[in-house]
Design a protein around this ligand. Structure first.
Ligand code: ARG
Length: 573
C-alpha cells in the first residue's frame, strides 16, 4: 500500500485539482502538509489563510483524515486516522497494480580474460538491485551480461599465449580441431589473470607484438580455427570466474550472457541500414559515421564502425546489440550501467541508433557511476599497493568483519561472516548516490552501528529473534489498542511508505532511496524495540498482540527491502 499516493489522490480528487503534498520532517503537527491554499490564493487574489480554512475543512471530510490544522501563512497540516494506519500496516508490501514495462538491463558486463576490478562493483550491485526492484514492481526484465569477449584484448591474450607456448597447435597453419584434446592445454584462472596485463604492457613497448595481436584479433573475428579453439578454452575459464563472482555477490543469475561476439554476428544488419542511409564515410581507412551536431559544445568525435584494420569496434557491436535486443526481446527500454567514463561511447551509439530509427532514443538510458576511491580519496589499492581487484575488495571486507568479531568477542561462523561482509559491501554501494564518487573504507562500512549494512542486518536478526520467541497466538489483525504511542505510530507510517520508496527508487534509478529507507526503517524499529517491550512479563496479552502485529509488519517490510538489496539475513549475529 502506497499511503502517500492514497492520500494525495484522494485530496486531488476532493479539490478537483492536483496539489503539492509534502511529508514534514517533524510529524508532530501532521502526517502530511500542503501549501495548496497559498498557491491557489495567489492565482485567485484571495487571502491564503481564509482559503486554507476552506480547503482544510474539505480535506477533513475524507474518511481517513483524523483532523486538519492551519499553520503560518496558510500551510495545511493533515493527520491520518490511527484506525486507517492500523488496518494498512498488514498490507504494506502489497502493491497497487500499475502498467508494466519490458526492460533489457545491461549490467555487470564483465570482460573475458581480464580480471574484474573495482569498477565492476557498482554496475553489479546497483544493476542487480534495480533489476530486483523492477521485478518486484511487476516489470519484465531481461538481464544481459554483455561480456567483452571480442575486441583487441582477445588478440593480445592469444598473442601472449603464443609467446609462452609457441609449440601449441593452435598457431599452426594446418591446425585441425578434431586432432586435439582441449584438456591437454590447461590455463588456470590465476594464470589467465596475468596474461592480459602482461600482454598489454608488452604491446605498449613492442610495436611488432601489438601489430601481431591486431592481426590475430581480425583473424579471430574472421573465424580462424586455431585461434577460435584457443579462445574457447580461456572463454570457459573466464565464464567460470564470472559465475563465481555472481554467486559471491549474491546476484541473480543473468538471463543472457551474450556480449560483443554475439552482437558482431548481427553487424551486417546495421551495416545494411547505414549503407542504405548513406551514413558511412571512409576516413583514413576506417569506416565512420559523423555524429557531431551544430549544437554540440563538447567534442564529439565520429562513431567508428570498422577501424582501419577492418576489425569490429566496441561501438559497432553495441549498435548491433541494440538491433539484436530489439529483435529478440522487443523491450520498451534498454538500460546500460557502466562507469562514467563510457558516457561519450553511449552518446555516440545512441545518436547512430537515432539516425537509423533503430530504437527510440529516449528509451535508451545510460546510467553511469562515479568512482569508488580508497580512504584518503585516492584510487583504491590493496595493502601491497596494487590496484585492487574485485575479489581483493570482497576479501578485505571479510577480513574487516572477522576482526570486528574478534574485537567484540563474538564467535560467528563463516557463513554469517560472509553475509555480514556482503551486507557491508553492498549497502554502502547502494546507499551512495549512483552518480557521485565515494570513499570506500572497509573499517567504516563494517561497523555494526550507523548507516551500514551490518546495522541493517543486526536489526533484522534481533527482530526475527523476538518474533521467533513470541510464537503466534494472536489474531492476524488484532483490534487497535485505545492508544498508540508515537513510536508505534511512526513505525507504521514508515512501513506504509515502502511502496512509494521503491517506486521512486525505480523511477529515479536511485538505489540510495531504498538503502536510506532501510536505514530509517531500522532506526524506527530499534526505537520501537526499546520503548515498546513485547515479551516482558508485565506486558498484557493484549498489548503483546498489538505490538507483535506492528513488529510483524515491520519484519515483512524490512525483509523485503533486504532481499531487494540482495543481502542475506543470518540467523544470529
Ligand atoms: N565490458 C565493458 C567494461 O567492462 C562494459 C560493457 C557495458 N555494456 C555495453 N553494452 N557496452 O567496461
Amino acid at each position: 500500500m502506497n499511503l502517500y499516493k492514497h492520500v494525495s489522490d484522494a485530496i486531488n480528487q476532493k479539490l478537483g485539482q492536483p496539489v503539492n503534498l509534502e511529508v514534514p520532517r517533524n510529524r508532530e503537527f501532521g502526517d502530511f502538509s500542503t501549501n495548496a491554499a497559498m498557491v491557489m490564493a495567489r492565482g485567485a487574489g484571495k487571502n491564503p489563510r481564509e482559503l486554507a480554512a476552506d480547503i482544510a475543512s474539505k480535506i477533513a471530510e475524507l474518511d481517513f483524515v483524523a483532523d486538519t490544522s492551519i499553520a503560518g501563512p496558510g500551510f495545511i497540516n493533515i493527520k491520518i486516522k490511527n484506525e486507517f494506519l492500523w488496518q494498512g500496516a498488514a498490507h504494506a508490501t502489497d502493491l497497487d497494480s500499475t502498467p508494466t514495462l519490458t526492460i533489457d538491463m545491461d549490467y555487470g558486463s564483465y570482460n573475458v580474460a581480464k580480471s574484474l576490478h573495482i569498477g565492476h562493483l557498482r554496475t553489479s550491485i546497483v544493476g542487480d538491485t534495480l533489476n530486483r526492484i523492477a521485478k518486484y514492481l511487476g516489470h519484465k526484465t531481461i538481464s544481459y551480461n554483455h561480456i567483452g569477449d571480442w575486441g583487441r584484448p582477445m588478440g593480445l591474450v592469444i598473442a601472449y599465449i603464443e609467446s609462452l607456448h609457441p609449440d601449441w597447435p593452435f598457431f599452426a597453419a594446418d591446425f585441425d580441431a578434431s586432432k586435439i584434446n582441449p584438456a591437454d592445454y590447461k590455463i588456470t584462472a590465476t594464470e589467465l589473470d596475468t596474461y592480459y596485463p602482461a600482454a598489454s604492457a608488452r604491446g605498449k613497448e613492442d610495436e611488432e607484438f601489438l601489430n601481431h595481436a591486431r592481426e590475430i584479433t581480425a583473424d579471430l573475428q574472421n573465424g580462424h580455427p586455431g585461434y577460435t579453439a584457443l579462445y574457447n578454452l580461456f572463454l570457459k575459464v573466464s565464464l567460470d570466474m564470472m559465475d563465481g563472482i555472481i554467486k559471491k555477490l549474491n546476484m541473480m543469475p543473468f538471463d543472457k550472457t551474450l556480449g560483443e561476439r554475439n552482437a558482431s554476428m548481427h553487424l551486417g544488419r546495421v551495416e545494411e541500414m547505414l549503407r542504405a542511409g548513406n551514413l558511412l564515410e571512409t576516413s583514413d581507412g576506417a569506416e565512420i559515421v559523423v555524429v557531431r551536431r551544430e549544437t554540440d559544445s563538447e567534442p564529439m568525435p565520429p562513431f567508428m564502425f570498422y577501424n582501419s584494420r577492418g576489425a569490429d569496434t566496441y561501438e559497432a557491436t553495441d549498435l548491433a546489440a541494440i538491433w539484436f535486443r530489439k529483435d529478440a526481446d522487443n523491450p520498451d527500454k534498454i538500460w546500460y550501467l557502466t562507469d562514467a567514463r563510457q558516457q561519450l561511447h553511449f552518446k555516440q551509439v545512441f545518436r547512430v541508433a537515432e539516425m537509423l530509427n533503430l530504437f527510440p532514443v529516449e528509451n535508451l538510458e545510460h546510467l553511469y557511476f562515479g568512482t569508488i576511491n580508497g580512504p584518503g580519496g585516492q584510487p583504491f589499492k590493496t595493502r601491497d599497493g596494487n590496484a585492487a581487484g574485485l575479489l581483493d575488495i570482497i576479501d578485505m571486507v571479510g577480513d574487516a568483519v572477522r576482526q570486528r568479531c574478534v574485537d567484540a568477542g563474538k564467535n560467528l561462523d563463516d557463513e554469517t561472516i560472509g553475509a555480514i561482509a556482503l551486507a557491508a559491501l553492498k549497502f554502502t554501494d547502494l546507499m551512495h548516490d549512483v552518480k557521485s564518487d565515494y570513499i570506500f573504507d572497509p573499517a567504516a562500512v563494517t561497523s555494526f552501528e550507523g548507516r551500514t549494512g551490518p546495522y541493517i542486518l543486526y536489526t533484522a536478526v534481533r527482530l526475527n529473534s523476538v518474533l521467533r520467541r513470541a510464537g503466534n497466538d494472536c489474531d492476524e489483525i488484532p483490534q487497535m489498542p485505545s492508544s498508540i504511542s508515537a513510536d508505534e505510530r511512526n513505525l507504521i507510517i514508515e512501513i506504509l511508505d515502502f511502496e512509494r520508496t521503491i517506486r521512486s527508487a525505480f523511477d529515479n534509478r536511485a538505489t540510495d532511496l531504498l538503502a536510506n529507507y532501510a536505514y530509517d526503517l531500522c532506526q524506527l524499529i530499534n526505537t520501537f524495540y526499546h520503548n515498546c517491550p513485547i515479551l516482558r512479563d508485565d506486558i498484557s496479552a493484549e498489548t503483546r498482540c498489538t505490538r507483535l502485529y506492528i513488529a510483524r509488519a515491520a519484519q515483512k517490510t524490512l525483509e523485503t527491502v533486504i532481499s531487494l538489496m540482495g543481502l542475506r539475513i543470518p540467523s544470529e549475529m
